[in-house]
Write a protein that binds this ligand. Structure first.
Ligand code: GLU
Length: 296
């Protein structure tokens, strides 16, 4: 497994200070109170404040946020997505997303405005990347927004994305966005500290991995079977898939714990936080890769 020496690690971490275009992804479980499923406004507020501060440093910021379905479920009083058939369950999920996405954006808009920043909404599906014209348009829109100093807020368009056209999870989506906009760094905020040699909840001997220089087959296999939390769709498997997309597209990626949102500026300050996956440019065909994605 390609794990780095201490000296090499700090040099790579130091280089993070110069990253200019940053994509941050936050998952549903990090946005909600575990017990009630209601939004954690304090954490949300801290997240937005950190992002606005990064923007104020002159960097480009993109937020990929989950939570549409979770927020919508709460709003219409549905505990679990049920239905007699898959089609029915899909309709419930999509209806919840339609309600929740609007609410989520309303909340974000409000807080971003408090810090004097302009936010925009971009909803994507698999076709946004696979279709050449859609991808071209999406790329142009992102570039224009960033040039205007706007903070794009991205989610999958869950209200229309069904099995054939969905990306499925926002870990993967955020890596796709990072590749599309030629980002320098992707930060996945999650309810875990980063990558371990085994599941630390079940194996006390599991060791923390702070830097991965190369995503080997051995490493990718370690994420298999990991389901993660019960509100988002991302476990370690989807995070490693995200790492594969990001690093192959020349984007460094960090998995970090959202428990303390201040971790964002510590990462950008070159701190040894979370697990860093080091980028390497290779011949990576993003549309081709995305066209083969299927729900995990
Ligand atoms: N797009 C979904 C939502 O906003 C979440 C997907 C995920 O958590 O990975 O509810």
């Amino acid at each position: 497994m390609a794990i780095a020496s201490t000296e090499k690690k700090s040099a790579v971490r130091e280089a993070i200070r110069d990253k200019q275009r940053i994509v941050v992804k936050i998952g549903s479980s990090s946005l909600q109170h575990g017990q009630t499923g209601d939004l954690d406004y304090i954490r949300l507020e801290k997240l937005v404040r950190e992002l606005c501060d990064i923007r104020n440093q002159g960097k480009d910021v993109i937020l990929v946020t989950s939570g549409a379905i979770a927020v919508g479920r709460k709003a219409v009083g549905i505990r679990e997505i049920t239905g007699e058939s898959e089609v029915q369950q899909m309709a419930v999920k999509q209806a919840c997303a339609a309600v929740g996405q609007a609410r989520l954006m309303m909340t974000y808009q409000k807080i971003f405005a408090e810090y004097n920043q302009v936010a925009a909404q971009i909803l994507m599906t698999k076709n946004t990347i696979v279709d050449d014209l859609n991808r071209f348009n999406a790329h142009n829109t992102f570039s224009q927004l960033l040039q205007m100093g706007v903070i794009p807020i991205v989610n999958e368009n869950d209200t229309v994305a069904t099995y054939e056209i969905e990306i499925g999870d926002n870990d993967t989506l955020s890596a796709i966005v990072a590749a599309l906009v030629d980002a320098d760094l992707l930060i996945l905020l999650s309810d875990i500290d980063g990558l371990y040699t085994d599941d630390p909840r079940h194996n006390p001997d599991a060791a923390f991995i702070s830097q991965v220089d190369e995503l080997t087959e051995e490493l990718l296999a370690m994420g298999k079977g990991s389901t993660g939390s019960n509100v988002g769709t991302g476990g370690m498997n989807t995070k490693l898939q995200a790492a594969r997309i990001a690093t192959s597209s020349g984007v460094d990626m960090v998995i970090a714990n959202s428990r303390d949102i201040g971790i964002l500026h510590r990462i950008l300050d070159g701190g040894q936080e979370g697990t860093l996956f080091v980028a390497h440019q290779e011949d990576f065909d993003l549309p081709q890769f995305v066209s083969q994605l299927h729900r995990q």
